[in-house]
Design a binder for this molecule. Structure first.
Ligand code: ADP
Length: 568
């Protein structure tokens, strides 16, 4: 079986060229297999049989000519003294090899060819802002509208990861920009069959299909590596192995993390108003899309969870993914901001692309406020880069064809840019408040393993299982006023530690009592936080019924003051 690559992306560019749309075609790809594919196509397809000169520029290898070799395209350095520069390059490159040339001189040299002969000029791996300052953009604009370039049938191909990184919006107007799929469905199916045949893996069409689906979003090079590794591990292309290999690969990109949804709503204590709301407006709709469509309802695509730390916003997102049986993808915001100027935008772009490829999925964006706010940043500054990421994210959030369901969290909704809060970006804004007495009881039960249907195994105690809830309610819950959910979990952990230290095989009630005493919570400060959360909930939630239900649910704010506080 032969390897077949999709040529649609190349042909789309050529079509635009033929229609005289522009002689400058920018393909957004840096996959070496794609670059090689373009060069081979240009040299062999017949589409360019009238071309006299093929030039290639790469920031590292410099300018060269391209010709057809017996095993593929051959690159030969272009020898013209004036074009090379010695300083840096002669020190780091061995004698006799080409030297890092100046792009400006090269553009001048090529300019003549493009205007007077039929020339193809490929610029590959151009990725740095530095190169944008070398007259590159001006050259593209000039060529795009030069009648001689157009009349000669000359074409310039620019290959880069992201057109907006090397061209401003004005220049982009002159260029045909074509995003390139990392791999199409057919390519994946073909590659799976080819590699399967080479390795002797028995494959039927359903297996090929399953593998192809689980590898979507990866580029050709990555797919081949996953297939080979999956074979080494299991002598098969097992979907599970490939899925985990893909997760690893995605993780290596540093910006996304695929996690298995671990918990369900049964592992969340309390918060029934939120569970009911989400079940009704999110889960049921996602589970029965045809019914939603019947009423012309769109599927929910964005939720904003806000509230203080440790109130279960992440846990809830994870549980949501398991309730709707979708993958849970964590967008690692801190890894998006790279220390290298110019990388962050690329990281974000990759993250969005990959997340979309794996969707429908729950994409979890913790501390969404990190994306900052809109501001007028100076061109070329680090701040400008941050702004770019911000706009990319916002654009994604507002995209009507987005498949990813984004769940964003924030502790500081008041710091969010207005644009996030505008209608249409997030379908629902859901407040997470501190747990009231009933929720605290249920949370303690979850972490002790006594919640019905929960994933955790019960911790053996000094009282029978049916008495645990009663004891907690009477003795522990009143001592945990002002605790966050995370602190309640920690309380259970500390109690277990005491039991462990005393070398007992059961958790005693006194361990829990003792644990409550070890917590230092500034009650006055906590009260202020709680009041603040409440006012935020009123300010940012637009559904009054829902808000009423939340306030009604647990009465944490008014009625509890009479209870004794275990917090200091
Ligand atoms: P947030 O995202 O709001 O900061 P997390 O979801 O990370 O909070 O929760 C912190 C810890 O508290 C987690 O380990 C989680 O298991 C626990 N937790 C939070 N809410 C609950 C809850 N309602 N029931 C049980 N455990 C909870």
């Amino acid at each position: 079986m032969e390897r077949r690559l999709d040529e649609t992306w190349i042909r789309l560019g050529i079509l635009k060229r033929k229609a005289n749309y522009s002689p400058i075609i920018c393909y957004e790809t840096v996959d070496p297999k794609r670059i090689y594919q373009l060069k081979s196509f240009v040299l062999t397809s017949g589409e360019f049989s009238n071309i006299e000169h093929f030039f290639l520029y790469d920031p590292w290898d410099g300018l060269g000519t391209l010709r057809k070799g017996p095993d593929g395209p051959l690159f030969e350095p272009y020898k013209k003294k004036a074009l090379t520069q010695t300083a840096l390059s002669s020190r780091i490159r061995p004698e006799g090899t080409t030297e890092i040339p100046q792009l400006k001189g090269i553009l001048k040299e090529i300019d003549g060819f493009l205007k007077t002969t039929a020339t193809v000029f490929i610029i590959q791996n151009l990725s740095e802002a530095r190169e944008a300052e070398t007259g590159f953009q001006a050259a593209l604009r000039a060529w795009a509208i030069d009648p001689r370039v157009v009349a000669k049938g000359s074409t310039v191909f620019v290959l880069t990861s992201d057109a907006s990184k090397i061209m401003d919006d004005f220049t982009k107007e002159f260029v045909v920009v074509i995003p390139v799929d990392p791999s199409t469905r057919e390519e994946r199916a073909n590659l799976i069959q080819v590699v399967g045949e080479e390795l002797g893996v028995g494959l039927d069409s359903s297996k090929v299909e399953a593998a192809s689906v689980s590898l979507s979003g990866l580029n050709l090079h990555q797919i081949e590596s996953v297939l080979l590794e999956s074979y080494q591990r299991t002598k098969d292309f097992s979907p599970d192995t490939m899925k985990s290999l893909k997760s690893e690969m995605v993780k290596r990109s540093g910006v996304l993390e695929v996690r298995d949804p671990q918990f369900s709503f049964k592992d969340i204590g309390g918060y029934h108003a939120i569970k009911d709301f989400v079940r009704k407006y999110v889960i049921n709709v996602l589970k029965r899309p045809e019914r939603a469509r019947h009423f012309g309802l769109g599927l929910p695509k964005g939720l904003l969870f806000f509230g203080p730390p440790g109130t279960g916003k992440s846990l809830f997102s994870n549980a949501l993914a398991s309730e709707v049986q979708l993958p849970f993808i964590n967008l690692v915001t801190e890894n998006i901001y790279s220390k290298w100027l110019g990388e962050s935008g690329q990281n974000m772009k990759n993250a969005i692309m990959l997340a979309e490829k794996m969707s429908p999925a729950i994409v979890f964006v913790d501390e969404i406020d990190r994306f900052g706010k809109r501001s007028g940043a100076a061109a070329g500054s680090a701040e400008e880069e941050t702004q770019r990421v911000f706009s990319q994210f916002l654009e994604w959030l507002g995209r009507p064809d987005r498949e990813a369901i984004i769940v964003g969290t924030t502790n500081v909704p008041e710091h969010l840019d207005e644009a996030f809060l505008r209608a249409g970006r997030f379908d629902y804004k859901i407040p997470f408040l501190y747990p009231g007495p009933q929720a605290r009881l249920e949370i303690l039960l979850v972490h002790l393993g006594y919640a019905a249907g929960g994933k955790r195994t019960p911790v053996p105690m000094d009282i029978p299982a049916e008495e645990v809830a009663g004891f907690l309610e009477e003795a522990i819950v009143p001592l945990t006023k002002n605790f966050s959910c995370a602190e309640l979990e920690e309380l259970v952990t500390r109690a277990k530690r005491f039991a462990f230290d005393k070398d007992r095989d059961r958790l005693h009630r006194e361990d829990l009592l003792l644990a409550t005493k070890t917590f230092r919570i500034d009650a006055a400060a906590r009260k202020r936080t709680i009041a603040l959360c409440m006012s935020q909930a009123r300010r940012f939630t637009d559904d009054q019924t829902f808000l009423d239900a939340i306030e009604e649910e647990d009465k944490v704010y008014d009625n509890e003051d009479a209870a004794t506080s275990g917090s200091g």
